[in-house]
Ligand binder design. Structure first.
Ligand code: DX5
Ligand code: ZN
Length: 224
């Protein structure tokens, strides 16, 4: 199971320090929640902050950008040029999804599509063969620390079946990522559903324990 810390709930006034704490704890991927205040009712950071973070942290850590923005088709290259290795875009915010996914991949990044809780899996049937990752939101996007929406189970299980069938037919494997409300008490459960990559925000960055201690609790939960 990949654990991808969402830096949304890190100390944004000391972002590089918070990220370095996660890297020192053994993390090698950071989930960057980009919000524009339009597609979602919150605003975070964009390419300048990401570029500064890349300069501060070096080239090894994988930057997984989750674009919760209305104009990803116009500005995806800004995120790749800022140092993002992976770009996930919302199906709900994209008119020409196939063109955007192919453009992201042609630019050398891996490409993912994000589905909000109410968005059916069937919206990505045609694009699934071209994806590296599908991100299933288990909260409504915009904020960290929200409650897990358990009703996404059926959607994830159906997606896993679709991907298994695609691979059986010689197609590409696609990673299932989940995002929102993932903690030590439910991370193993979503793994059984077929999730291979968990975004964790407040479950890692909080005042109750260090990132290292919180990461260990997640890993212990996965071992049982
Ligand atoms: C919400 C973001 C999530 C969120 C996860 O819009 O996409 O990545 O920060 O935070 P937790 O794990 O606290 O739900
Ligand atoms: Zn996210």
């Amino acid at each position: 199971m990949i654990i991808a810390p969402s830096i949304l709930t890190a100390d944004l006034s000391n972002l590089a320090v918070s990220c370095q704490e996660a890297i020192d704890a053994g993390i090698n991927v950071l989930h960057l929640d980009v919000m524009d205040g339009n597609f979602v009712p919150n605003m975070t950071f964009g390419p300048p902050v990401i570029k500064s973070l890349r300069n501060a942290l070096g080239d090894d850590v994988h930057f997984d950008a989750h674009l919760m923005i209305s104009n990803a088709e116009e500005c995806y290259m800004d995120y790749i040029n800022a140092g993002c290795n992976h770009i996930s875009v919302h199906v709900e915010a994209t008119t020409h999804l196939h063109r955007l996914v192919m453009a992201i991949r042609d630019a050398g990044a891996t490409a993912g599509v994000v589905l909000n809780p109410a968005t059916p899996i069937e919206t990505i049937t045609e694009i699934l063969p071209d994806l590296d990752l599908v991100l299933i939101m288990s909260v409504n996007p915009g904020f960290g620390g929200q409650s897990f929406i358990a009703s996404v189970e059926g959607k994830i299980r159906r997606l896993k079946s679709m991907i298994d069938q695609q691979v059986a037919n010689g197609g590409r494997p696609v990673q299932i990522q989940i995002d929102g409300g993932i903690k030590a008490h439910n991370i193993a459960m979503v793994g059984e559903w077929g999730v291979a990559n968990c975004v964790v925000g407040s479950g890692l960055f909080n005042k109750q324990a260090s990132v290292k201690e919180n990461l260990q609790a997640l890993k212990t939960a996965l071992e049982v």
